[in-house]
Design a protein around this ligand. Structure first.
Ligand SMILES: C[S@@+](CC[C@H](N)C(=O)[O-])C[C@H]1O[C@@H](n2cnc3c(N)ncnc32)[C@H](O)[C@@H]1O
Length: 309
């Protein structure tokens, strides 16, 4: 399966390194969304070229056990490099202060959402293009009792609650029609797979109508956000990483939809108002036309950077 292409890598690296004025010979970087390790590799390659740092410590987190195995494989070429220490941890960035103790970072990166690998048939029902079990959790471990999956939402949540997440998390104009149809269909047979769900929305709600984007796009987005509590964990993750940031250290966040961006923007503004640092960029940084042409998945990316003072 093709490797995920890291988005805005040059812009992030340059901003984080230029803004880091520490005199130490050690550099500590934390990547909260390891994925296929593309951003981590970009950082490593460029930090290794610089003479300033004698020792480079990279920490990375991901909830997805398979992503960690894949990403580690991409980085195995560095295993004998003694200037470098790489630690990859399976866990949720919302729990950063429990997962990593007694280390302060010079830079922290969030690259939110899904990797190309997860979207292209990783078996968890993230995409309407594949017929997979409706799960949508980032973790690949079997769901614990009480742990929410997309299957639970579409088959057991009330009409009102399904409607609410479709509106709140995806601004779906046909929320009521979709929720109503799901409730009707599940009376006869549970909705088991991403393919079944996509088919119900495309052929029963929209009667096969053809638009530019697939009519199930927003439903899939809303379900994924709800299953992984993405907005709540982002809020916790940002607060936690501020605590593990060195003075003069920077947090960079790439978000891919406006609900995430609003949380990041507001959090950085609040920190600035309380004299906890400054926004490095007041206007969002977005990919160039060239990057979008090379990697169309980057087109909705928005980058914000904050510096702790
Ligand atoms: C866009 S991909 C990152 C791609 C990566 N930057 C690269 O260059 O290969 C997002 C990754 O974040 C992970 N993820 C999403 N939410 C998470 C969370 N709350 N805690 C830890 N990892 C998370 C996903 O499993 C996915 O692998």
């Amino acid at each position: 399966m093709t490797r995920h292409i890291p988005v805005l890598a040059k812009e992030i690296y340059e901003n984080l390194i230029i803004n880091n004025k520490n005199d130490s010979e050690k550099y500590y970087h934390l990547d909260c969304n390891f994925g296929d390790g593309g951003h981590v590799e970009y950082f490593i390659e460029n930090l290794l070229k610089s003479d300033k740092y004698k020792k480079i410590f990279i920490y990375a987190l991901d909830l997805d056990q398979e992503a960690i195995v894949r990403g580690k494989d991409f980085l195995k070429k560095y295993k004998d490099n003694n200037k470098l220490s790489i630690t990859i941890i399976q866990g949720n960035f919302a729990n950063i202060t429990d997962l990593i103790k007694d280390i302060k970072f010079d830079s922290v990166l969030f690259d939110l959402g899904l990797s190309t690998y997860q979207l292209s048939g990783a078996g968890r029902g993230f995409s309407f293009k594949y017929d997979e079990k409706l799960d949508m959790r980032f973790s690949t471990l079997p769901a614990n009792e009480g742990e929410l999956t997309a299957y639970d939402i579409v088959n057991f949540w009330s009409l009102d609650n399904i409607c609410l997440i479709l509106r709140q998390y995806a601004d779906e104009k046909s929320a009521w029609r979709i929720a109503n149809k799901l409730v009707e269909v599940r009376e006869h047979k549970k909705i088991e797979t991403s393919g079944e769900l996509a088919d119900i929305i495309q052929n029963q709600v929209f009667k096969g109508g053809k638009g530019k984007i697939h009519p199930a796009t927003k439903t899939f987005q809303a379900l994924r956000i709800a299953v992984n509590a993405e907005l709540q964990v982002l809020d916790q993750g940002l607060k936690g990483t501020y605590d593990v940031l060195n003075k003069n250290g920077c947090i960079a966040v790439i978000s891919y939809h406006s609900l995430e961006d609003v949380i990041v923007k507001q959090y950085f503004k609040d920190l600035e108002k309380n004299d906890k640092g400054m926004r490095v960029n007041k206007k969002i940084i977005i990919p160039t036309d060239e990057e979008i042409k090379e990697n169309p998945k980057s087109r909705s990316a928005k980058l914000r950077i904050f510096k702790k003072i």
